[in-house]
Design a binder for this molecule. Structure first.
Ligand code: NAP
Length: 296
């Protein structure tokens, strides 16, 4: 019997683990892939209070090591189902806890066009930090209009010969400061009000077809396409114990409470106004503290 099972080893889940272990609680962290969550892909974090600049990888690794140093059990297993009585069923085992914190974050949204998955690793990527280095002096495109797309474009501009930044609207969601930096990079070319219609190439991606507002299509020759169009939660498996909004995020009451007593949701996986590192770790600490107060 664990005190708390945490599902997800991203910033929210690991922060919960940190607080719970420091309170000497018996904790199990279950993670399907590897620690760090989405932040591990951030080239540089400059908006986390108290840390002027750090890579996402270093941040995630420091947090992981901090949690590991407290003898926390972190196991790589995929959760398949959780029950109201706080049983957690994974692809390998069944666990029991007094409380559960769901901190499963979100996954990269797909463009959902033909060939997209076929070209993954052959020109299509969802992670500029991971794959950018393969495109030294080559031509790449980034699609998206948020902070991720803009920071990916800036990162790639220092590696690739040319970077197209393709966005479906005129206005960006990204911060003004980084948009200013984009304008100062002479190898980034903005393509606005355009959607990507198809991906083409024999073995590797060779060109994409884009369509403008007037419906005119044209090809762009390139070596790589970085898709940075946001994230989507994967909360279907929790539907028996939590309510989901129309986008699939967990609806929480009063911060991190779900509709089931003793099951909390922390970080990007829950419905909220701001999905940032700061709000993820905030959720993680609050969920842990409430679990101690209410369930242990
Ligand atoms: P995001 O802010 O949700 O932006 C997604 C972008 O992709 C939007 O511009 C959206 O266009 C576009 N998009 C969505 N679906 C599309 C589709 N099917 N086809 C074409 N374009 C599509 O996602 P994000 O940039 O990954 O950022 C996620 C969160 O992390 C945000 O809160 C962001 O601020 C934060 N973040 C922060 C930093 C930082 O502070 N340094 C860095 C990275 C991310 P529309 O604008 O037209 O909807």
């Amino acid at each position: 019997m664990y005190d708390v099972i945490i599902i997800g080893a991203g910033p929210a889940g690991l922060t919960s683990a940190l607080y719970l272990r420091r309170a000497n609680k018996k904790v199990l962290v279950l993670e399907a892939k590897s620690y760090g969550g989405q932040i591990i892909n951030a080239h540089v974090i400059e908006n986390y209070p108290g840390i002027q600049s750090i890579s996402g990888y270093d941040f995630a690794t420091n947090l992981y090591n901090q949690v590991q140093a407290l003898d926390t059990g972190i196991i790589l297993e995929t959760v398949l189902k959780i029950q109201e009585d706080k049983t957690v069923i994974t692809n390998k085992n069944k666990y029991q806890a007094k409380a559960i914190i769901i901190a499963t974050g979100s996954e990269n949204r797909k463009l959902d066009i033909t060939n997209e998955q076929e070209f993954v690793g052959k020109g299509v990527s969802y992670c500029a930090t991971c794959d950018g280095n393969f495109y030294k002096n080559k031509i790449v495109a980034v699609t998206g209009g948020g902070n991720t797309a803009v920071s990916d474009a800036l990162y790639l501009a220092d590696i690739a010969k040319k970077v197209y930044l393709i966005h479906r609207r005129e206005e960006f969601r990204a911060e003004d400061k980084s948009l200013e930096e984009v304008k100062n990079k002479n190898n980034i070319k903005l393509i606005l009000n355009a959607t990507i219609e198809s991906l083409n190439g024999k073995q590797n991606l060779q060109n994409i077809i884009i369509k403008n507002k007037q419906g005119q299509e044209r090809p762009i020759e390139l070596d790589g396409l970085f898709i940075a169009i946001g994230q989507e939660p994967k909360n279907e498996i929790f539907k028996n114990v939590v309510d989901l909004d129309e986008k699939g995020y967990i609806i929480t009451l009063d911060g991190v409470h779900t509709k089931t007593k003793g099951i909390y949701a922390a970080g990007d996986t829950r419905q909220k106004n701001l999905r940032q590192l700061t709000t993820a770790v905030s959720d993680g600490s609050i969920a842990a503290t409430l679990a101690i107060k209410e369930m242990l």
